[in-house]
Design a protein around this ligand. Structure first.
Ligand SMILES: Nc1ncnc2c1ncn2[C@@H]1O[C@H](COP(=O)(O)OP(=O)(O)OP(=O)(O)O)[C@@H](O)[C@H]1O
Ligand SMILES: [Mg+2]
Length: 584
């Protein structure tokens, strides 16, 4: 039995607090198929979110599932299946892959054959087996809804909440889905609640809950719906509703609700709802729900490591399927190093030794010194510039790697979290996937520039600093992505972060002392630049770079520590950001 007791939800702050739902009470016994109807904006989706535990705002009242308080007790995440109003599945995957990944993320590991078989059964159940190899991106509205249902069914939820899964469908597809939902409510004692605007097949529902302005205007058998609202037919109901305010409907319902005998205990645990019409004294008492079999036992979830590998496999598949993204990545990996190398395509100019010979006269010494300074300044700027250019392009790739990574699939992630996905497995899978990108980008950049420009210094150490700066930016932008609400916002902030790197690094213009001390710890580009330049120690280039740049270089070990901390803090913050609920 799913029991809603005076559920109220407030939204807003200070003087702006207003209820989205007020005193919503209703009971749905096992094996129940309920419709939730009402005009647009009356709170139907919000009510489903409250039951699911993902509603925004302050809640009052209580929700019980089989006598257990949903808010206070730990529920197996798979006990509640929620099919949201808008389709959420990765567009690059096929129907079968979506269901298969959903199953691997939500249900304890099955042998490959059993998994395929279980996926096949679910696809048959929702009549999607003939589209199993089709990409989500080309599915029709009805097929997407069925896919969303299939993805919920993998964990055999005991409560299935569907938000407008029939909206926008042709009558035949609508019929099929309503019958499918009806059938699902008749197996395993499952409670299926469906938000709908359509009153076709109203007779298939065991009860209809009418919401109006956030309050319950009616909850009872469909047969008495028109009678209660004095409507000619189901379609006329909305016109009737508009004749009174929500408050009035709520009062009227409170009065007539007395006539509904809910929770009539039958044989100990099983419950039934009976209806006695409030408007017509003569209306018969109709028992709408007989005793049902016990609720579906939800399946145990997979371990953290299994979820990690599933996510990694899915992320890689999506990466290789998305040809635009792939082409962009290849373009960056191979194009950016060329952009750097053009500045010293034929190698760095060597620095002429200052002879400082005593045999030269003073004028000659001055001329040589001036020549040296001019040349040193050019070469020093070139060496420092080549390093900084590489570093900045790598931070740009880092921001591009992860700025959208979480924000762009936040709704999918939130749904999966609801179904038991661990944020740690999620962030770890992102770290490993992005790690491969970072390695490919940074190693190729370092090696290419080293050999094409004949860049001096120890290549191995330089590569370490180039990998670290990319990883640092990738990890910080992943954190940004985990905290922001949309992919656009997240990538904009990530690009701003890159924009600050060059001016605040002090590599081009020295910063005022106080500003340098203040901002330097946060500027990954400085630490990588400084770290790479330290590898030139002992070479002539090192001295002339130090002559040219006005910002002091830091020791390599300190650079390693700071960049390492950026990476660790970034991923830690991303993990915190993923734990927060971020669903509108
Ligand atoms: N996070 C939120 N913050 C503020 N207001 C919200 C929020 N979520 C929903 N609302 C408001 O609550 C009301 C009910 O929204 P809800 O989405 O539940 O409506 P609905 O009945 O599902 O409508 P529809 O049939 O159009 O889907 C709307 O006025 C909506 O603007
Ligand atoms: Mg809605």
């Amino acid at each position: 039995m799913l029991d809603l007791k005076e559920v109220t939800l407030f939204i807003g702050q200070g003087d702006d607090v207003r209820p989205l739902l007020a005193d919503v009470s209703a009971s749905f016994p096992k094996g129940h198929f309920g419709a939730i109807i009402g005009p647009s904006g009356c709170g139907k989706s919000t009510l489903l979110k409250v039951i699911t535990g993902i509603a925004p705002g302050e809640e009052e009242g209580a929700i019980y599932w089989n006598g257990r308080d949903v808010a206070e007790e730990d529920f197996a995440p798979s006990e509640i299946g929620y099919v949201p109003q808008f389709s959420i599945a990765h567009e690059e995957l096929t129907v079968r892959e979506c269901v298969s990944y959903a199953m691997r993320l939500r249900v304890r590991k099955l042998p490959a054959e059993a998994l395929e078989e279980a996926v096949g059964t679910i696809l048959r159940e929702v009549s999607m087996e003939e589209f199993e190899d089709r990409l989500v991106s080309v599915l029709s509205g009805g097929q997407r809804r069925r896919l969303a249902l299939a993805m919920e069914l993998v964990s055999k939820p005991a409560i299935l909440l569907c938000d407008e899964v029939t909206s926008g469908l042709d009558p035949q597809s609508e019929d099929e889905i309503v019958r499918l939902l009806h059938g699902l409510s008749r197996t395993d004692g499952r409670v299926v609640l469906s938000v709908t605007h359509s009153l076709r097949h109203v007779e298939l529902y065991d009860s209809v809950l009418v919401l109006y302005e956030g309050v319950v205007a009616y909850h009872g058998p469909p047969q008495f719906l028109t009678h209660y609202f004095r409507a000619h037919d189901a379609q006329d109901l909305y016109a009737q509703l508009a004749l009174r305010s929500g408050k009035e409907w709520a009062q009227s319902w409170k009065k007539h609700r007395q006539a509904f005998v809910d929770s009539k205990d039958k044989q100990g645990t099983s419950k039934a709802i009976t209806f006695d019409s409030g408007e017509a004294d003569s209306a018969p008492t109709v028992e709408i729900q007989p005793e049902k079999p016990p609720a579906a036992s939800s399946l145990p979830g997979p371990g953290a490591i299994s979820q990690f590998f599933t996510l990694l496999s899915r992320r890689s598949k999506i990466f290789f399927r998305n040809h635009t993204q792939l082409a962009l990545q290849l373009g960056l990996i191979f194009g950016f190093p060329i952009l750097v190398a053009v500045f010293a395509w034929n190698g760095l100019p060597s620095v002429k030794n200052l002879s400082m010979g005593l045999d030269l006269d003073v004028v000659q010494q001055l001329v040589e010194a001036k020549e040296f300074l001019v040349q040193a300044s050019k070469v020093g700027s070139l060496v420092s510039g080549i390093v900084m250019f590489q570093v900045i392009l790598l931070t740009l790739m880092g921001a591009n790697n992860s700025g959208r990574e979480i924000a762009a699939e936040r709704l999918i992630f939130e749904k999966e979290k609801l179904a038991g996905l661990r944020p740690l497995s999620y962030v770890a899978s992102k770290a490993v996937f992005l790690g491969f990108l970072v390695l490919a980008q940074s190693l190729w950049m370092g090696i290419f520039v080293h050999f094409v420009c004949g860049f001096p210094g120890d290549l191995g150490t330089q590569l370490v600093f180039l990998v670290l700066v990319n990883a640092a930016m990738t990890s910080v932008c992943l954190a940004v992505s985990s905290f922001l609400g949309s992919a656009e916002q997240a990538s904009l902030v990530s690009i701003y972060l890159v924009g600050f790197q060059l001016p605040l690094s002090g590599a081009v213009l020295a910063l005022p002392d106080f500003l340098g001390v203040l901002v330097r710890p946060f500027i990954a580009a400085y630490w990588s630049w400084s770290g790479v330049l330290q590898t030139l120690k002992g070479e002539r280039y090192y001295d002339i770079v130090q002559m040219v740049v006005q910002t002091a270089l830091s020791p390599a070990s300190l650079c390693l520590w700071v960049l390492g901390s950026h990476i660790v803090i970034g991923f830690f913050a991303a993990w915190i950001g993923c734990q927060r609920r971020n669903l509108v």
